[in-house]
Design a protein around this ligand. Sequence first.
Ligand SMILES: Nc1ncnc2c1ncn2[C@@H]1O[C@H](COP(=O)(O)OP(=O)(O)OP(=O)(O)O)[C@@H](O)[C@H]1O
Length: 735
Amino acid sequence: MRGPRIDLRVLSKVSFPRSYVSDPDTPVPAEQREIADEQAYVDVVYGRLEASTQAAQALAREGYARGHVGHEGGLVERDAMVYQASKRIAALNAAHEGLVFGRLDLVDGDKRYIGRIGVRDAEREVLLIDWRAPAAAVFYQATAQDPAGVVRRRVLRSRGATVVGVEDELLDGDNAPADMVVVGEGALLASLSRARDASMHSVVATIQKEQDEAIRAPSRGATTIGGGPGTGKTVVALHRAAYLLYVDRRRFESGGVLVVGPSGVFMNYIERVLPSLGETSVTLRSLGEVVDGVSGRRHDAPAVAAIKGSARMVQLLTRAARAAQPGEPTSFRYFYRDDVLRLDDAALHRLRLQLLSGQQRNRAYGRVQKTLLDALWSQVEGERALEKERDEFDKVLTSDDAFLDFAAAWWPPLDAVDVWESLGDPDTLRRHAEGVLKRAEIDLLASAWRSADTGSSSGAPSIEDVPLIDELRYLLGEVPPDDADDDPYDVKQMMSFEREESAVRKQRATQSIEDDSYAHVLVDEAQDLSPMQWRMLGRRGKYASWTIVGDPAQSSWPYPDEAAAARAAALDGKDEHYFRLSTNYRNSAEIYDLAADVARVAIPGADTPDAVRRTGEEPRHVAVSPDEVWPAVRTGVRELAAQVEGTIAVVVPAERRVEATAELAEELDDLDRLRVLDGLDTKGLEFDAVLVVEPDEVVAEAESGWRTLYVVLTRATQLLLTVGSTRRWLDRVEA
Ligand SMILES: Nc1ncnc2c1ncn2[C@@H]1O[C@H](COP(=O)(O)OP(=O)(O)OP(=O)(O)O)[C@@H](O)[C@H]1O
């Protein structure tokens, strides 16, 4: 086991008298005087913020008034003014909490205040520097070894607009004035010890040097942020998104920034960080919700997910997109003057290939009638017919419902969801998968789609189905616009069931492919992306710069080489820049020592960071007989709840999730800070206390079981408890 670790940058070089505080919210007199001084300054800044908000509101009112002028120019002007004013109001409101968080005292006696946004006084003098501005960089970059002109760095802790504490670091004692006061226990350690709630918070006041370098890296190409668990990869990447919007707002706001994370729970967890930094224009999507109009909420079992995520699915889907769809007519007969014209199955097959050559199916839609007419005309032999021109032939057929209905039924515009659903039919699946997947894989896939639980043949899409649907969107091409939209008679003539079907189809139809592209794609937990998921994101980031966040040791995707190839294809030769974060800010050192031992014995090459905080609380392991597991878990939950103020997670093997929810019904009712999750659901999250049920089962669940256990153990900030009827994992770690 390792000795205590402390972030030296934070606590180093304390050569001045320090007034320590035991309760961070009950300041001692020296600190109180400092707080009062800071409050006076902060009040001035808030006064200015209020004035700016009122000015923006007045602008919005004026904008509305212009809309009443009555000419079109007035409306355009109104829209622009109201839009700009509302954005400003939203940013000002969002930045209200803890607006001023930093102060620098410089060698030349100047001071600079750093905040969530920039604020100037009525004379345009700077009162507060936006944390992203170049003048604020030194707040994050200065160290005792290289103070860069900074004597003291101060972090202000606030509740709303009230300063409740200050935390100082003296960086250059030799140049400090004699009366300079240095107080506090170090802002970083104070912030790391806070109880966790359901949301991730911005760390703008305590960003560390190596983190700041990743945040401010130029936006070109692909920036990878790596490092072990709890090193701040996610929070750093989100601050980077805010930074990019600040330095190139036009490009990133109009082109869009897409942030993708593993699950809906994770997206809820991180959703407040960017708004608290004044940024509301970023699109946050979980992997199951990347495609507009489609929502995947559940994971497939690991073996099924491994098939659906494999790049081999491209070939299968290509076949599905080009094949005849179930229910399409297989022959056509037409009496034209003296001739009987026929298109049989084989002829239709040839025409299909002709239409599809080099062309997506939906894009060929406009050529369908002409292709059919050509084929039918070539059979016309009767003199009576040939005397008339081809024009006459075309006119007759295209005004005959028999021909029109056939053409519409043979080549309907296809939505990706329809084709994906057709794969729920085992025979269709077998036909397309033949020679692409192994027999056992086909059977597994067929049974997964068959056993999915809702209306259509393949059920509601899983998270792993979403990239398949997206692939099909691109294979099929844009669905042609629905003529019925323009022609009210068509809708009226529909039978009621047809109207209903058409409404469902419209509601479900995926959005235009052209809307997919972004200027920046930020992907978190990237180590878990399957090749098909990389392809889905690659299409969104074709012309984008990227930020890629991940830790291979936490991966649950079983084929790293295949994923690496898909990643390279998605980035398509873009320049790559790599940043590694080296300090674990989440786990207590006691908890991370255990997790790091797991990594060392079971995960070759794992990047194990240093943990900075020691709590004196070692992880506890409770061994019980199988029928005592749940009583022991219930006791454990109550004990943890008495010890921590914040969130608690009970992590169970996926197969035991339903059982766990039932067994812990009473505890879940009593404690709204308690969650029951399986291992994969915990990715990216953190809790004050974690209780792992049957760790050996978590390990045995999938090929990547040890990695999942490593993820689970590294979710706990304060306390870790395991309850198991076996302890093979622990014996191996302790051996
Ligand atoms: N500079 C910092 N100041 C204060 N807290 C920080 C800092 N950096 C990270 N943290 C905190 O450490 C915790 C872990 O951060 P985060 O979730 O971003 O790590 P991660 O590297 O993405 O972890 P994982 O890979 O395990 O999901 C969070 O609570 C975060 O707020």
